[in-house]
Design a protein around this ligand. Sequence first.
Ligand code: PLP
Length: 402
Amino acid sequence: SSRFNGIQVAPPIEVFAVMKAFNESTHEKKVNLSVGAYRTDEAKPWVLPVVRKVESDLAADMSLTHEYLPILGLDSFSTAAAKMLLGADHKAISDGKVTSLQVLSGTGGLRIAAEFLHRVLKYDTCYISKPTWGNHRMIFAQAGFTTVSEYRYWDASTRGLNFDGMIEDLQNAPENAVVILHACAHNPTGVDPTEDQWKKIAEVIEEKKLFPLFDTAYQGFASGDLDKDAWSVRYFADKGFEMIATQSFSKNFGLYNERVGNLVFVVNEPSNIVPMRSQLTLLVRGSYSNPPAHGARVVSAVLNNDALFEEWRGCIKTMSGRIIEMRKALRERLEKLGTPGTWDHITNQIGMFSFTGLTAEQSKYLGEKYHIFLLSSGRINMCGLTTGNIDYVAEAVDDAVR
Ligand code: PLP
């Protein structure tokens, strides 16, 4: 007998299962369009040169130790990250209305935010977009939210935003519901609201007394421009919303496994910050005690040095630029092949992902026949495309759709 008898096998996490299928495939032309990470045109991971440089400086710095960081992390990182998000001279910052803490990347930031909203503010309902990043629901449910509802987002017929549906669903949300918004480069659809649409979303959130939470996982990675990609968050901050934003440095710094993130609060009354930080301290202490230092030191070094910052901006332009090129290349090829359907959504969408409109069946066919691996939702990671495999992929998609 065992205490552990009878435990059900949990369902696999699709993206890791697809990754495994890719790794196990021996097909010489296999293509991985599933994983959420940047790849070079040689389909290789990329350590940003500016990151390499800072890492070698850190390795040579004999004054650095492996002592614990404070519970709320490295201040020089967290402060610079909040400025990067809101803009260095945002009034909320100079008015002392912003506080932030280093967390375990985007995921950890969302989890601590959810714990805080649930345990401290006693919120129990949140709204996520339909569809959204697969982890949102689990994070909020595991943190104690009893209702995780969806607001309409993707419109399969236009392959764009279902704006009216979104607004209607938010209008029907109960007071204090937390609305999780993707600051830019919506995952998985690649579809973002326009500036005018954001204004209307803000109006409804204000009117219905909802609580905005911006998941910012792709700042700079989407358009190549840090300010442009933060437009939605800054607009809400300009409007005087109290809100939370999580920042991930996984994609824009290529620091995936270092777990570098920041959790930012914008508040109306600065006097609330001391008690808030004390509660956040307990939440972090009871979860993982304190965050790791290495990645935060790298990001801090870059954000706090003009020359390194410029170099990094070049790197995000390289990454976002390659993605935009691949979008154009894929669309061009599909249109040239006369692949049934319209393909302008490929270039209208932004960021790492594209919701192609391929069905689960077509996605499966691509895996089985061509060893091109993507999620059953038809989401592809544009970074998986290279000048070397784009013709192969376009022809395979053409075959799958016919
Ligand atoms: N939020 C969104 C929308 C994402 O796409 C991701 C990563 O794929 C994350 C958050 C969190 O990633 P990480 O925990 O690596 O920062």
